[in-house]
Design a protein around this ligand. Structure first.
Ligand code: 13P
Length: 280
């Protein structure tokens, strides 16, 4: 999926899921737009959904029941060492091992072991160098710029795609954010060649920066907070308009519908920006 994206100069969106509504909204949007898609699951979201086995079973069944034919990857987002093994066992098609908080030697050791395990089972693996700033499900990073030589070291372990910190952060960007470091991105790209690069913290990055990042080899872009904000706003409007008090407006299927539709809107917008529409 991502090799094709590098060759075609577009990026595939990773949209994080939290529940059935999220999953349904993202899968149907991908199908309606003939776009490949990556469903991201953080360890916290996995726990919330009662475990990775539940998630894998739900996604598998939903793909079948909804007749989803576009390529779908089920990917562990910012996985711990143990989390990766749990997802491999649960039937995920892809994992991210986030060893960025370990000293580089330990990151190398753990990543190479996981690369072997994943590849023996036909699972793809993402690694990270230079932590992504902000906070996501308790994983806190300071928004480092990854050292291109360290990226090369991790890339050479045989990972399938690499997240390199280039000043990107999770969540909303602060007013004084300096923007993405394209020099660092270009240097990393020069060293690692055609290995797909991953841009985390996709929420709120201006469109022009996204396009430039894609032109420099980014082939996977992670979006989480923006879906949450769209869901929140639509749900708030529904309740503030008193719709939950009208007729059967209290029915959870009605209560969650505006938020679910809102996720579809933002996911489609991102797929357009990333250039993945009609690339299934
Ligand atoms: P945002 O929440 O900033 O969109 O980041 C998502 C992400 O990078 C998931 O790994």
């Amino acid at each position: 999926m991502l090799k094709k994206a590098v060759a075609g100069k577009y990026a595939v969106g990773q949209f994080n899921i939290n529940n059935l509504e999220w999953t349904k909204a993202i899968l149907t949007t991908a199908q309606e737009n003939n776009s490949p898609v990556i469903l991201g699951v953080s360890e916290g979201a996995g726990k919330y959904m009662t475990g990775f086995k539940t998630v894998a079973a739900m996604v598998k069944a939903m793909i079948e029941e909804l007749n989803i034919t576009v390529p779908v990857a089920l990917h562990l987002d910012h996985g711990s060492y143990d989390g990766c093994y749990k997802c491999i066992e649960a039937g995920f098609s892809s994992v991210m091992f986030d060893g960025s908080h370990f000293p580089i030697e330990e990151n190398v050791l753990k990543t190479s072991e996981l690369v072997k395990t994943c590849h023996d089972k036909g699972i793809s693996i993402e690694a990270e160098v230079g932590s992504i700033g902000g906070e996501e499900d308790g994983v806190v990073g300071a928004g480092e710029i990854a050292d291109p030589n360290e990226c090369k070291k991790i890339a050479d372990l045989g990972v399938d795609f690499l997240a390199a910190g280039i000043g990107n952060i999770h969540g909303k960007y602060p007013e004084n954010w300096k923007g993405l470091d394209f020099d660092a991105l270009a240097k990393t790209k020069d060293l690692i060649g055609d290995l797909p690069l991953v841009l985390h913290g996709g929420t709120g990055i201006p469109a022009e920066m996204i396009k430039k990042a894609i032109s420099l080899g980014v082939a996977k872009i992670n979006v989480n907070t923006e879906c949450q904000l769209y869901f929140q706003e639509a749900t708030r409007k529904y309740i503030e308009a008193g719709k939950d008090l009208e007729g059967k407006g209290f029915d959870p299927r009605k209560l969650l519908a505006p938020g679910t539709e809102a996720i579809k809107v933002i996911v489609k917008e991102k797929m357009e920006l990333f250039g993945s529409i009609n690339k299934a």
